[in-house]
Structures are given as structure tokens and as C-alpha cells.
Design a protein around this ligand. Sequence first.
Ligand SMILES: Nc1ncnc2c1ncn2[C@@H]1O[C@H](COP(=O)(O)OP(=O)(O)OP(=O)(O)O)[C@@H](O)[C@H]1O
Ligand SMILES: [Mg+2]
Length: 357
Amino acid sequence: MALSIGIVGLPNAGKSTLFNALTANDVLAANYPFATLEPNVGVVGVPDPRLDVLGRMFESAKVVPATVQFVDIAGLVRGASEGEGLGNQFLAHIRETDAICQVTRAFRDPNVVHVDGEVSPASDIGTITTELILADLQTIEKALPRLEKEARLKKDLAETIEVVRRTQAALEKGVTAFAAGVDLAVLRELNLLTAKPFIYIFNCDEGELTDEATRAELTELVAPAQAIFLDAKIESELLELPPDEAAELLASTGQEESGLKMLAKVGFDTLGLQTFLTAGPKESRAWTIRKGSTAPEAAGVIHTDFQRGFIKAEIVSYEELVDAGSMNEARARGKVRLEGKDYVMADGDVVEFKFNV
Ligand SMILES: Nc1ncnc2c1ncn2[C@@H]1O[C@H](COP(=O)(O)OP(=O)(O)OP(=O)(O)O)[C@@H](O)[C@H]1O
Ligand SMILES: [Mg+2]
């Protein structure tokens, strides 16, 4: 299970600049609208200092982080659902993602054209959200006749249709599917864009990053969704620097973490995900699971056979393992527990699964 995030926003908002910074990629980011035509897909490891510690402790041949997939698509403009700009067909490239990240321009640089003539985060978010809602309405309009036809044979579809109709009514009022108060699981098959959780990134200039009043205002604008503030241009400069200088540059802008770390953290949080760890001479590795997953479900992320043949899990928390200094010492201290199939995994559990095949 890898977290995947679709990046949307107006043309020239800085989506590709951010994508490059996040994925250490080199796709075209340019000072003209609609620079991106084809979608860009990148997978990156989530920086996790715990893995380096485990890698040293177990003398692992390699360290494998959890991953996040980013999909950067063309810019959306007002009227895209009716063919304005590049239209909205390209939204199909983010239908399968877990979350949608709206990149909104806050930076002022007058040399970079704004498609609506002025920098206005609130209005831009309104435009993008409206276009996503309109795209979902188009999806529903296409799906309903098909569902109704199928429902003549499959009676249990009646409930689905009723949920789809309620969602349609909400969307028509400008409410996202996510906020419509319907059972999202029923809608899953439609892959509605606004049924996914939203994360907001405000692409700022340096001055804005430390401007508490602006940050508070923008945070409020999107609450209860989470807001991330970064300067995509500086993020891309971080890549060129050795780690200590990158940290220094980041700190000089008042930022504690890179955009990738912030986005991974918020993404995991928004989607209710967490990681558990495995460690040994072959590899130290972080695995992504849903919060509340049981030990067998976690085993299943590694291999379905591990879930099917699950017997028990040998678990020590990362902190206690590091405290002890080695697995043997953790065992001697009684910190290594044997857990059964009902155990609910905690973030940072270091695990060895015992199973039958
Ligand atoms: N924080 C920032 N401050 C100043 N300029 C920026 C910032 N972020 C991005 N830019 C500039 O804005 C321009 C547009 O960036 P980019 O190509 O990443 O936008 P985009 O959202 O991908 O646009 P499109 O939808 O056309 O593909 C580039 O010239 C980039 O250098
Ligand atoms: Mg682009």
C-alpha cells in the first residue's frame, strides 16, 4: 500500500516546480500557463530517520522507506468542465489517487502571470473546487443511467443509487462529496474526485512563510482540512545542496521541515495511515498500514501468505529497542512481546511475523 497524491491547481501555481522538488525530478516547470500537458508521475521514499538507526543496528544491506506517489497534471481553469483551457479530461489521471493536494499560489512575483489577473488564494481555491465538483457531476450523470439499468436486475443497487442521488444534490449546491455526509464507501466505484480528502499547499514567497497573520488567515480558509506553507522554488533549491546547507537554507526561511516531510506527514495523517518497521540483515524497512490495522492485516501488507498463515508477531516498540541498543538486550529486558491476531498495531512497532505457509 503506497499513499498516492494527485496535485491540482491553476496554471502557473507552481505544481510542477513542487513536483520536481518532491520527487527530485526534472519535468518542465515554466513561467507560462499550461506548461504541463501530459501527467508526471513520481514515487518517492518518505524520509524516516528511524530507518537509518535500525539499518545501523541490524547492519542491514539496504534501507527501504515507505513511499508516496505524486501525480502532477495540467492546470485547471474556470470553465474547464466546458472545455476552457485544456478542458478537464486529464483529471482522469488522478481518479485513482488517495488524496488531492490543491497547490494554491500565494507568491506575488509579478513576472509570473496569473491566469485570472490577480493573486487571490480564496478565489483560486473556489475555482478549483468548483471545477472538481463539476467534473464529479459529469461522472455521476454518466454513471446514473448505467446504474439504473443494472438495478433492474440487481435489487441491492437501489441503495447505491439513492446515495449517488444524494451526492449529486450536494454537489449541485457546491458541497464536495467528502462533505456531503454520505457513506463514501458506497461511492468508491465512481472514483469521485471530491470524495477524496483534500490537502492544501500554499506556495508562498519567502516573506509570507514567516508572516503569521497571512498563515492564520489561509489556515482558517481551508480548515478543517490541513494547510501546508512552503516556497516551491526554495524547495527545489534544497535538492542542489548538501544536507547541512539545505537544513540551513530551510531554517533561514523559518521552516523546520522540507515540503516532502510536511506533505508525507499531513498525507498520512489525513488518510489515517501509519507505519510499522521490519529490520534485519537483508533490509530495514517501513511499511504503510491504516491506523487500527491488526497484526495479521499488517502482515498482509508484506505478503498475503503472511496474513493467511499468521501465527503471532514478535513486537518491540522502536523507542524501547533503541533504548536497549540491540534486539537481544530488548529481549533480556522483557520489552519484546508476543502478540496474537487481535493485536492492533502501533506506529513505530518493530515487528517480526511468525507464520505457516
Ligand atoms: N514560490 C514561488 N515563488 C516565485 N516563483 C515561483 C514559485 N513557485 C513557482 N514559481 C514560478 O512559477 C512559474 C510556474 O511554475 P510551474 O511550471 O511549476 O507551474 P504549474 O502549476 O506546473 O503550471 P502549469 O499548470 O502551466 O503546468 C515558474 O516560472 C516557477 O519558477
Ligand atoms: Mg505544470
